[in-house]
Design a protein. Structure first.
Lengths: 436, 102, 169
């Protein structure tokens, strides 16, 4: 049977690729739908509220209800809108966000990646830079003031933050010596150090730029509710609005997955080379058991019988799944996917966390952060990384490289902070000068 | 996959180049004239890459890279000029910018 | 055969969208069609195993320059532009001159292929990494041009900022 499967894969490569694409698309759509619910729930809990509770137990079926509502709503095209552009703009956003997942590796075997391009990293940068068109064209085609302002803001913002993000990625490229995402993770495996430890500054820059590029708090100026109603998608309704929504959350998943692949070792277990931490391999079944326990706890307190039995069934299901996963063969097989997913979810949680924590930047502050801080830092990081790699020579020791990189990163941070901060006008001085 | 003969690429480059020149010569809007220049540069790149492929070395691709660099610089300066022009003369039509014509 | 049909599709898309670029009244539509052209030219690069150039084409041209165009078009008022006459008065002379030029170019290609014995290109070895090859040539043989190009970009940057800047009195 196994040989048959191998034969099938070899005979129909296109069909297999198509199946993989469909699976990735479906899983991703599910993740995106539940990401919306998770955001509402987590934000609610952080603000001592309950969030959606009506549809299903603890609001678990809310995404389906939301999707249905958006699908059934009227699709309005504003008068004077550029109809063709208005219609294709959200599609561009979604396509750009989804296409990049073709090169993201979910695990070490070739079955867990759609295609491993040898210019994968360039492909990622290229395709993700297309998403901006959905925003600009959508805002322009709406023939309305707020969307136009929102799209102009986002054009400037995305172009500014793409530069530091790109340079942070080049730092990873220098350390890993390859453009293929699979090889980048393999390099982290063989060196025994995640790129995060070699490029802490690069990771920070990438993370900030990623938040800015996905138009999330605290950089959500293109859709700042209090200033621009809803920014570039003010005039959109129904299905097309849903597409924009999907694109935004998909690109959040995307940048999280990218950060995981580039900096957090992709599918690798934390400290994969440390044998003392091998007990972490048992985390997949244990976490499933924990989920089962929590769900069962809530099921007991649920007053509605139907919901109660549904939750009990879910708890039983995850307990059984935990049992299946605990089988030695399965446990090694699910390792990569489990760690990859866990890391991506951790970063996605951070995205929600930012939204609950940080107030929105003013526009000039946003540009200041991008151009006066992130770009010099990214440039310095690039130069320092190149210098350290040149100094260390081929095959340096792990600790030597780590400490050298750490020192270089600190030096760059201090130098840039001194240089940029030295003559930085204070807010009071700016106000005095502009007379506002 | 049988390779495509090099003259196909050259003909495509010729076609794009011609379209670009037509745009430069017949349009009034400076922005579209600039875009036509991008078309011309792309036609040149097609030729460079075709010959690079034909002779199996990457020098042509490197030249195409330089052409793209040039296009970036040209677009930045050109669009800066257009903004300055629009601010002073409220027009983007090439034949209305006739300050030096007497 | 597959390569040829892919080439034909890409070529037809590139040429027809190129025509759309220079015939649209609304500059935003021109930009969209130019993006289509750039994509198909990128596809032509891929067809010739120039992966790095393809990536540069998308990142720089589509992701950078065209956004700049859109940005500028939105800063100036498009509605008035779209209502004005799109073609200049000497369009007929221009078209005639270009027809002559096109005929010359076609003849050149036709004769050139014959007299220089241009064969059909061969596939580069599979293990050759295009990005590495380009980088090797770029930073070894063309170091000085790279420096000059970076200087050019710096000058362009300063110039663009200076020209687009509002002058305070």
């Amino acid at each position: 049977m196994f040989n048959d499967a191998v034969q099938f894969v070899e005979n129909y490569p296109l069909l297999v690729a198509a199946i993989k694409i469909v699976i990735v698309f479906l899983v991703l759509s599910g993740v995106v739908a539940y990401m919306v619910l998770a955001e509402r729930k987590v934000l609610a809990f952080m603000q001592a509220r309950l969030g959606p509770m009506r549809v299903g137990p603890w609001g678990l079926f809310q995404p389906a209800a939301d999707g249905l509502k958006l699908l059934l709503k009227e699709d309005i095209i504003p008068a004077g809108a550029d109809k063709f552009v208005f219609l294709i703009a959200p599609v561009i956003s979604v396509v750009a966000a989804f296409t990049v997942f073709a090169v993201i590796p979910y695990g070490p075997s070739s079955a867990l990646i759609i295609t491993d391009l040898n210019v994968g990293l360039l492909f990622v940068v290229a395709v993700s830079s297309l998403g901006i068109y959905g925003i600009i064209l959508g805002g322009w085609a709406s023939n309305s003031h707020y969307p136009l302002l929102g799209s102009l803001r986002s054009a400037a913002q995305l172009v500014s933050y793409e530069i530091p993000a790109g340079m942070a990625i080049v730092g990873v490229l220098l350390v890993s010596n390859s453009l293929s995402l699979v090889k980048i993770v393999e390099a982290q495996q063989s060196s025994g150090l995640w790129n995060f430890f070699l490029q802490p500054l690069g990771f920070l820059i990438f993370l900030i730029a990623a938040v800015a590029e996905t138009n999330r708090n605290p950089f959500d100026l293109p859709e700042a509710e209090s200033e621009l109603t809803a920014g570039f998608h003010t005039e959109y309704s129904g299905f097309r609005f849903a597409l924009y929504f999907m694109a935004e959350y998909t690109s959040m998943v995307l940048v999280s997955a990218l950060a995981v692949v580039l900096f957090w070792g992709g599918w690798l277990r934390p400290f994969a080379s440390v044998a003392a931490l091998d007990f972490l391999n048992y985390l997949p079944p244990v976490s499933l058991l924990m989920i089962a326990g929590v769900v069962f706890f809530f099921a007991r307190r649920n007053p509605v019988p139907a919901e109660k039995w549904f939750l009990v069934a879910v708890a039983a299901g995850s307990a059984v799944l935990a049992g299946v996963v605990a089988v030695p063969v399965v446990i090694t097989a699910v390792q990569p996917i489990f760690w990859f997913t866990a890391k991506v979810f951790a970063l996605l949680y951070a995205f929600i966390w930012y939204r609950a924590t940080f107030p929105r930047y003013r526009y000039d502050q946003l540009m200041n952060v991008g151009w006066r801080w992130l770009i010099p830092l990214a440039l310095g990081n690039l130069i320092a990384t190149a210098c350290v790699l040149w100094w260390a020579g081929p095959n340096p020791g792990r600790l030597k490289l780590f400490f050298a990189m750490l020192a270089a990163n600190l030096a760059v941070a201090i130098v840039v902070a001194l240089l940029v901060g030295w003559r930085s006008p204070t807010a009071a001085a700016v106000e005095k000068q502009t007379g506002s | 996959m049988t390779p495509v003969p090099v003259e196909y690429f050259l003909l495509l480059g010729t076609g794009l180049f011609t379209i670009g020149v037509v745009g430069v010569l017949t349009r009034r809007n400076i922005i579209i004239i600039l875009m036509s220049i991008e078309l011309i540069l792309n036609a040149v790149n097609i030729n460079l890459v075709a010959f690079s492929h034909l002779y199996g070395n990457v020098n042509g691709q490197v030249f195409a890279l330089f052409v793209i660099t040039d296009a970036v610089a040209e677009a930045a300066v050109g669009l800066g000029l257009i903004i300055a022009l629009f601010r002073n003369k409220e027009t983007v039509n090439a034949d209305e910018i006739d300050l030096l014509k007497w | 055969m597959l390569a040829q049909s892919v080439f034909l599709i890409l070529a037809v898309v590139a040429l027809s969208s190129g025509v759309m670029v220079i015939t649209r009244r609304n500059p935003v539509h021109s930009v969209i069609w130019l993006i289509v052209t750039l994509f198909s030219v990128g596809g032509i690069f891929l067809l010739q195993y120039a992966q790095f150039l393809f990536a540069v084409q998308i990142i720089l041209y589509v992701g950078g320059i065209m956004v700049l165009y859109l940005f500028v078009i939105m800063l100036i008022r498009v509605e008035t532009v779209a209502k004005q006459a799109p073609y200049s008065r000497q369009w007929a002379i221009g078209l005639g001159a270009v027809l002559v030029l096109a005929c010359e170019l076609m003849y050149g290609v036709y004769k050139g292929v014959e007299s220089f014995h241009l064969g059909t290109p061969s596939r580069p070895p599979v293990d050759m990494n295009n990005t590495e090859a380009v980088a090797g040539v770029l930073y070894n043989n063309y170091m000085l041009p790279v420096e000059i190009a970076s200087l050019l970009l710096l000058v362009a940057m300063v110039g663009a900022v200076l020209m687009a800047k509002k002058r305070f009195e």
